[in-house]
Design a protein around this ligand. Structure first.
Ligand code: GLN
Length: 442
């Protein structure tokens, strides 16, 4: 495809599905013989675009530097075509909490793309040969991958530098990749991986070799409670197909998983509430140059006006859980649960190569259904994606069924640093199971 054709395709796709927060507009900007094109979630910094993380409070913030993952992809010959839309600061599972608009699902535009990397899911789904950089704190790559019918990989915590990422929860945030099949991810995950002096939580690590395989999986019974009928049936069919490929399947109990969701929403909001303190109208975005107000009044005024409801809810919840007198009951307790979840996985990995569940309990909901959900119902949708994120374990979501034309995913979780075996299995899966592209295309 020539640069001009790509420019047209991107423009039309964005008109239809609204996946970009900002993109290259000038067709000439697409020229230049790049070896591939990619996009980055709007919470990653790059010199060409604003970085708003889906929030009005960052309107007008133009970062003077590239996030390490973006820099490495550019050095490998990639063209950054835009920043993808997302729930404000990563707070959400349906893409509906953005100040920049709501991305629409390419399989059915009355439905959501998932979240919080909703735009990334849509871009990977409709643009041929595209690579989307996403970020997962508690499921934001797996969820849109499942709803948009693409592959989403979240690496081990510390494998990819977080430098240049606008933090949600520092102990949970992981940069990963989405694409319409696993080969793009296998090719470019090694490029963005590796230690980085700019991010002290990035780690010296075993090299990423796309070797090993998944010969056996454990399916926790806790993961099968609360699925829609369609997803339950589709998942069991996928399990049968895996068995046909020679994968040994064990049904197990992992009771700790039931406590992962509450622990996650305590830890993630606690970290978010401190991270958001820097948005006070004096440092980033729409800076207040002159005011008669004292700091507290200014801070409250700016944040009341420019933060969305979900961000406010999370600041309140996170601050509450960290308060003196409540900290032991909530924050410290949640850390203990996190440890138990890690141990539950370690127990399984002594017996099997990966843990398998559906990715989401249902297919992409309609936008009017999302609107009717309570906050708690929305949080509950993450019960399958939160546990591996809490444990910092690599995981992949692969399309495994189409239910009335809508994609559904399965999620495989591997031990730390074993992304390679997930990608090997993905390649094998893709020889057995044909992924569909949305009919409208780009
Ligand atoms: N839906 C989860 C949340 O709202 C996860 C989002 C994410 O991974 N950024 O926190």
């Amino acid at each position: 495809m020539t640069g001009k054709d790509l420019a047209t395709t991107v423009r039309l796709a964005d008109e239809r599905y609204r996946m970009f927060a900002e993109k290259l507009e000038d067709p000439l900007a697409y020229e230049g013989g790049h070896s591939f094109h990619f996009s980055a979630k709007d919470n990653l910094c790059s010199v060409e675009f604003q970085a708003r993380a889906g929030s009005r409070i960052l309107e007008g913030y133009n970062p003077p530097f590239d996030a390490t993952a973006i820099k490495r992809l550019k050095e490998a010959g990639g063209l950054l075509i835009g920043k993808t839309n997302m729930d404000e600061f990563g707070f959400g599972s349906f893409g509906t909490n953005s100040d920049i608009g709501v991305p629409l699902n390419p399989f059915d535009t009355t439905r959501c793309c998932g979240g919080s990397s909703g735009g990334a899911g849509a871009a990977a789904s409709v643009l041929d040969g595209h690579l989307s950089i996403g970020v997962s704190t508690g499921g934001s790559i797996s969820c849109p991958a499942s709803f948009c019918g693409v592959v989403g990989l979240v690496p081990t915590y510390g494998r990819v530098s977080r430098w240049g990422l606008i933090d949600y929860g520092n102990s949970l945030d992981k940069i990963g990749l989405l694409a319409s099949s696993s080969d793009m991810i296998a090719r470019y995950l090694p490029v963005i991986s590796g230690p980085d002096a700019l991010d002290p939580t990035s780690q010296v690590q075993p090299p990423l070799s796309i070797e090993g395989d998944v010969g056996s999986v454990a399916i926790p019974e806790e993961a099968l409670a609360g699925l829609s009928d369609g997803v339950r049936k589709a998942f069991e069919e996928a399990v049968g197909r895996l068995e046909g490929m020679g994968v040994e399947v064990r049904r197990v109990a992992m009771p700790e998983l039931r406590f992962a969701l509450p622990a996650y929403y305590i830890l993630a909001t606690a970290e978010a509430s401190t991270n958001l303190a820097r948005y006070c109208g004096m440092r980033y975005g729409d800076i207040v140059e002159e005011t008669d107000l004292g700091f507290n009044e200014l801070f409250s005024q700016v944040r009341s006006k420019d933060l969305g409801n979900e961000a406010k809810r999370r600041i309140l919840l996170g601050t509450f859980c960290r308060m003196v007198g409540l900290r032991d009951r909530y924050y410290i307790k949640a850390l203990q649960v996190r440890k138990l979840v890690i141990q539950a996985y370690e127990r399984q990995f002594r017996e099997v190569d990966a843990v398998l569940t559906p990715t989401m309990p249902f297919v992409a909901p309609r936008l009017d259904e999302v609107e009717k959900m309570s906050a708690l119902e929305a949080y509950h949708a993450d019960f399958l994606t939160v546990p591996p994120n809490l444990a910092g374990l690599p995981h992949i979501s692969l399309p495994c069924a189409y239910i009335d034309g809508l994609p559904a995913g399965m999620q495989l979780v591997a031990p730390h640093w074993e992304e390679g075996r997930l990608l090997s299995l993905a390649a094998r899966w893709e020889r057995e199971f044909q992924y569909r592209r949305p009919e409208g295309g780009a």
